[in-house]
Design a protein. Structure first.
Length: 286
């Protein structure tokens, strides 16, 4: 098995970053690892209600966007001090729990390479240091492929994280909705006691993957198929309030009109973010 390494990101368009993540999952023909970053955004799980997860007025004041991912799990805050990683394996019968364990152990090994020997994997989907969460995982699986992706707190602004993520006291009105659990967190910079560059993390992850999966790797560029798929997903799904604000109407009475309007503001891209995608599309046919 040979592993494709893809470093592809649009930090200023968080909606397109998530669209591209799903596009790579859908189109990958060989095992692929993607590394990327988002600027300020709350990313909620597929079955979550933003009403329960996001302090919308605080997010709008801090220019924090909101986007829903296509995998389950809880809400997370991303900024440029956060590293996101995804491992996609097509043509596999691997189950979700097995995939979580594999990726969790890879992340722990990568942290050990960086000098953080006390990190450990806590099933089902957390990586912790002394009981503090440093990275969390989410996953999805279809008949012939599996994806596990995660977010690692490297040097994120934890103060903003706690201000924009809502610690809900309301009981869930629908058992289908998933509410994030409150957990104390730690950044990699704090745990290591030093600043760390994204490239160091990419290299340590790749080394850990090579050891765990006993595979060679190669660095690759974005291909036309995944870019076209990402643009379509962006326009039909990730840029739309129907997707990002799903499960809002059922709980609308829990928030004020001002909060609802703020959700609408942060849950869709701006005109200049749409322009980024228009330019990407133009580059395909240039």
């Amino acid at each position: 098995m040979t592993l494709r390494i893809l470093i592809a990101e649009w930090p200023n368009n968080q909606f397109f970053n998530l669209a591209f993540e799903e596009a790579v999952y859908r189109t990958a023909t060989i095992p692929t690892v993607r590394f990327w970053r988002n600027d300020k955004v709350v990313v909620i799980g597929r079955l979550q209600s933003p009403v329960l997860e996001v302090n919308a007025l605080e997010a709008m004041r801090n220019n924090v966007k909101l986007v829903r991912r296509f995998t389950g799990g809880g809400a997370v805050y991303h900024d440029l001090g956060n590293i996101n990683y995804a491992i996609i394996i097509p043509r596999t019968t691997m189950g979700i729990e097995e995939a979580f364990k594999m990726v969790g152990e890879i992340v722990v090994d990568s942290l050990k390479i960086l000098g953080l020997g006390k990190a450990y994997y806590r099933p089902l989907n957390d990586i912790e240091v002394d009981g503090l969460k440093i990275s969390g995982l989410a996953a999805t699986k279809s008949a012939d492929r599996v994806l596990v992706h995660g977010a690692m707190l490297v040097s994120s602004d934890i103060e903003i994280l706690w201000r924009v993520l809502k610690i809900s006291k309301e009981k869930l009105l629908d058992k289908k909705l998933t509410q994030s659990r409150v957990k104390r967190v730690i950044t990699l910079r704090e745990a290591l006691g030093r600043d760390i560059k994204p490239e160091e993390i990419y290299e340590s992850m790749i080394d850990a993957i090579k050891r765990k999966l006993k595979t060679d790797v190669f660095y690759d560029n974005i291909n036309r198929n995944e870019l076209e798929q990402a643009i379509k997903l962006y326009r039909d799904k990730y840029s739309r309030l129907e997707w990002n604000l799903a499960f809002t109407d059922e709980l609308k009475d829990l928030i004020s009109i001002e909060e609802y309007n703020a959700l609408c503001n942060i849950g869709q891209p701006s005109s200049w973010q749409n322009k980024i995608v228009e330019e990407l599309e133009a580059s395909i046919y240039a």
